[in-house]
Design a protein around this ligand. Structure first.
Ligand code: SAM
Length: 253
């Protein structure tokens, strides 16, 4: 169903009026911003680093020419920093996120790590990007798209801001495909993670949303169809870690 006709959105395990979802999501990330990077490491046993490395490899920033990355829902800037570190001296990244608390953590980290003007942080909604058409060589979104209420609109915006020949790469949780691993994964998600979160940060409620929201995200084939509908060509995806995560790719040609 197109975004314009939808009245409800998934918020974790429940359905909420479409117009209410963003405020609920913003509240989650406002509460977890300061502990977000630590929890990423703890909850994924550091695996999110390998998943993000695969994304950086797909982006393949130029070593010797200007390269402009746009990282959507970039939060604390982790992906953007990795792409800038992998690229050449002329690689620049713009991190956009709707949440000022996540961006504030990102700005502090970028300054502490000496990224200078290679990184820019912009408060913006993925559904209405304040950037000109055909501005960027690559657009990325890591673990962000499932939080956006109108996914088709966000995909259309990502397509719009990409240059012709630019690549869109999306990292998102997926459906476990390895027999046996699905049961362990469920047990881990719904029992171990809440206990871990309670022990480390004390805000299990916010992380319940993050775990539950994974289950409702479209399966890789369905998401690939959404990418094609937004205009992307040569759409493909690759499952990683037994299907826990999928790396989606499409081109603006
Ligand atoms: C799970 S975090 C991912 C952060 C980062 N990409 C990473 O991989 O570490 C999801 C991010 O999506 C952002 N977000 C949610 N809805 C958004 C929207 N409509 N537009 C832009 N960012 C949004 C949240 O504020 C949050 O920072």
């Amino acid at each position: 169903m197109p975004d314009s006709e939808r009245k409800y959105a998934d918020f974790g395990a429940r359905q909420v009026p479409l117009g209410d979802k963003q405020a609920l999501v913003d509240d989650v990330f406002r509460r977890v911003a300061r502990r977000y990077d630590l929890m990423n490491d703890l909850m994924s046993f550091g695996l999110h680093r390998a998943w993000k490395d695969a994304l950086v490899t797909a982006v393949n920033p130029s070593k010797n020419r200007p390269f402009a990355l746009f990282d959507i829902a970039g939060g604390t800037g982790d992906v953007a920093m990795r792409v800038v570190a992998a690229g050449g001296a002329q690689t620049r990244a713009t991190v956009c996120d709707i949440n000022p608390d996540m961006l504030a953590v990102g700005r502090e980290r970028a300054a502490a790590r000496g990224f200078g003007d290679a990184l820019t942080f912009a408060e913006a909604n993925a559904e209405a990007l304040p950037f000109a058409d055909r501005s960027f060589d690559a657009a990325t979104i890591a673990f962000g798209i499932r939080n956006v209420p109108r996914i088709e609109t966000a995909l259309a915006e990502a397509y719009r801001v990409l240059k012709i020949g630019g690549r869109f790469v999306c990292l998102e949780f997926s459906a476990v495909t390895v027999p046996g691993l699905d049961k362990i994964y469920d047990l881990y998600s719904f029992n171990v993670i809440p206990a871990l979160v309670r022990a480390v940060v004390g805000d299990a409620e916010s992380y319940r949303y993050l775990v539950e929201s994974i289950r409702n995200f479209p399966k890789p084939q369905a998401f690939a169809d959404m990418m094609r509908a937004a205009g992307f060509a040569r759409v493909s995806h690759r499952l990683m870690s037994g299907g826990i995560v999928a790396l989606h790719s499409g081109w603006r040609l």
